[in-house]
Design a protein around this ligand. Structure first.
Ligand code: HEC
Length: 436
């Protein structure tokens, strides 16, 4: 299909194989020899850290004592997801037509250099969610166009639902207290975007802690970075104390494959969760396509490659809309005769621009076919020089947690797994296959 003409498959074999220590490209692993585990990911609604410890949750006492969710919720993913996705006390803004669970097939292998992942899931939408919100020319200015389904403007019908599909992996090596038992729920708190008790932007900005960490919204964080028993979003430790937790390894690796902002570059991003949902040091494969001062685009589509300099609303989901530097993008020309309604992506994607620890996931390929994404991925086992990654070592067991963002959604509108133990040459619920 036309969608991927300009996307990952267009990368030359030379590009795909470039980069350090790549023994086997993930597309070349003999995946038939690697067992597939099916995980049931479910919709968590607003089941935050604070709600789970409140009188409204019958398991509060055990959860407060760091007990495992699975003590009481084993094999309940379907039941939980199908209930929580509909209007209920934990879902004030249900998304129409949303599924309660996603079945995720996951395979994992390794050799002396890399871990290799292969994953598959069915999308709710009848097309790959490869679009990301645009900016639309209104005859004068470039205004935001489209957004994720939980956004107020999208819920109210003022903006169309547009967001990229994602597949995320969190990894704990045992250094984050409680993660083996409670997984994702350690990172999900009241105050975060689309969550319970979300503060206004002004309230966040007025908080000393957020001034200290130079952020203006609340995203995933670990309880260890807060000072009170309830790990409140606004009660953070000092940057010095947080740096000490990081140096001791008390963070989670968080890597996200993104259908619009990383897949066209043959990559996934690389981040970590500590006091916020941070990106690793260096540069992502995506960056803003709009100049913050002038509000003008930096790049537009190359007419010779794409057939037009901008897309229209009707084009979305019929063709690939990623704007890729060096492939289908040229510098923005303000005098190109812009008409109201023309759309230019908010981000520009580039494999060549990605750098440093943020560019660790250089060998990733996602293909959407017949309603299913298949993503294959090579991730170096170890990054000795990086202080924001987890090393994977033979003989050890790690706690993984997975998420899929499906059908034009972001933030908490995902489907997630309970934590699962993954062993590399060690006994665990999922045992990685050693490649010969
Ligand atoms: C000691 C047992 C226990 C533990 C441990 C426990 N829960 Fe619960 N949880 C319950 C019970 C009982 C309910 C009520 C279920 C019902 O009403 O059907 C519940 C309800 C929930 C609900 C709301 C579902 C609904 O039906 O409204 C969510 C979400 C939830 N738990 C998540 C978790 C998570 C995540 C963890 C781990 C961090 C956890 N629970 C740990 C016992 C427990």
């Amino acid at each position: 299909m036309k969608v991927f003409r300009l996307a990952p498959l267009a990368l030359s074999i030379g590009t795909l194989f470039a980069g350090p220590a790549l023994a086997v490209h993930p597309t070349l692993v003999d995946w038939k020899s690697v067992p597939a585990k099916t995980l049931t990911l479910f919709y968590p609604a607003q089941s935050t850290y604070q709600w789970l410890r409140s009188a409204d949750h019958p398991g509060a006492q055990v959860v407060t004592g760091d007990g495992a969710c699975l003590t009481c919720h084993k094999d309940q993913e379907e039941k939980l997801g199908n209930k929580l996705v509909k209007a209920n006390k934990l879902e004030p803004t249900p998304v129409e037509g949303k599924n309660g669970v996603v079945k995720l097939s996951f395979q994992i292998a390794y050799d002396n250099e890399n871990a290799y992942f292969r994953t598959q899931w069915k999308t709710n939408a009848k097309n790959p969610g490869e679009a990301y919100p645009f900016r639309r020319f209104d005859g004068k200015e470039w205004k935001p166009f489209g957004g994720p389904r939980l956004n107020k403007a999208v819920r109210g019908g003022e903006q169309p639902a547009i967001y990229e599909d994602r597949f995320s992996i969190m990894i704990d090596d045992g250094s984050v207290p409680g993660f083996a038992n409670q997984g994702c729920w350690l990172t999900c708190h009241d105050g975060e975007r689309d969550s319970r008790k979300q503060p206004s932007a002004d309230e966040v900005k007025a908080t000393a802690f957020f001034q200290a960490i130079k952020r203006n919204d609340v995203r995933k964080y670990l309880p260890s970075t807060r000072t009170d028993a309830m790990a409140s979003w606004d009660k953070g430790k000092s940057p010095d104390e947080i740096a000490k937790i990081k140096a001791a390894g008390g963070f989670l690796d968080l890597m996200q494959w993104r259908a619009h902002r990383s897949n066209p570059a043959g990559m996934a991003d690389d981040g970590y969760v500590l006091e916020w949902r941070n990106f690793d040091a260096g540069k992502n494969p995506f960056s803003s396509n709009f100049d913050a001062k002038t509000g003008q685009p930096k790049f537009m589509y190359d007419t010779k490659k794409v057939g037009k300099k901008a897309f229209a609303a009707d084009d979305i989901r019929k063709v690939s809309t990623a704007l890729i530097r060096g492939q289908n993008a040229v510098p923005f020309d303000p005098n190109a005769g812009w008409k109201g309604g023309e759309l230019i992506p908010q981000y520009v994607v580039s494999r060549e621009d990605a750098a440093g620890s943020a560019a660790d996931n250089m060998h990733v390929q996602g293909v959407w076919k017949d309603g299913t994404w298949t993503v294959v991925w090579a991730r170096p086992l170890n990054h000795p020089a990086h202080d924001d990654d987890k090393a994977l070592t033979e003989g050890k067991v790690y706690n993984f947690a997975f998420a899929v963002h499906d059908d034009n959604i972001t933030s908490r509108g995902h489907h997630i797994s309970f934590p699962v133990a993954v062993g590399f040459g060690a006994k665990a619920a999922i045992e990685a296959t050693k490649l010969k």
